[in-house]
Design a protein around this ligand. Sequence first.
Ligand code: ADP
Ligand code: MG
Length: 262
Amino acid sequence: SAISKDAAVAQAVRDEVDIDDEPITKFKDLATQNIIHPNIVRTLTDSMGFETMTEVQAKTINAAIKGTDIIAQARTGTGKTLAFLLPILQNIINVDPDLAREQRGRRGPRTTADDIRALIISPTRELAEQIAEEAKRLVKNTGVIVQTAVGGTQKSAGLRAIQREGCHILVGTPGRLKDILSDPYSRVEAPDLSAMVLDEADRLMDQGFWPEIQEINRMLPTPAEKDRQTLMFSATVAKEVVDLVRSTLKPGFQFVKCVNDN
Ligand code: ADP
Ligand code: MG
């Protein structure tokens, strides 16, 4: 109402805050505010048909783009995948702006510019493949390359694709990711890794994957050396899991808890 609006303005003046500085909830506003590249927002709105961010997306995307480590809890089906894919993609483009455009015919021998920037670890092959599918839709009009490394598939075939085409975002299961990264003949390295995602973190821990995740961590430049970001998303976040990962998180990490179904 007019009265509460006036009260809000009065309060804003006292607090010296911008009354229009409300949280962004529309994907198109992420483009107009120069937070996400317009090509990506166009893919989201025009080809994926998304308009409004879900709660977990609205609460995490901005902070994640700024490099903040995040532990986010939100129910199944609330769009956690996009909540980590969008910041990862935008941060890759921030480093290498040419990747915001599709680069047809660029594929030749891979270059160091094709090195892995983000690793997404998922507890199951099916979930990893779903994440990769959504990631591929999202990067469609960009030069960013998504690959998978999951168990139950031929290791050599997956490796060949990475070696031939390059890979900016690698989605996989813990065992296979560890295999590939530790194999000196795989020539898959991640010296410029800037983000690591633990999706369904509780399931990863429940299924006993913490040792593999730690081994993967040891094979990568340490977060401190490279200012690497850690993003953890899960439907539930057990206290034991937070205790386990806490020491690997950067100071100022955020714990975002969503209670709604959207
Ligand atoms: P979660 O990982 O939280 O279980 P998903 O990331 O798998 O959820 O998303 C569930 C479904 O919602 C997917 O089909 C996804 O494409 C869709 N989705 C994600 N974000 C949005 C959005 N902002 N608006 C509409 N649909 C969305
Ligand atoms: Mg999910």
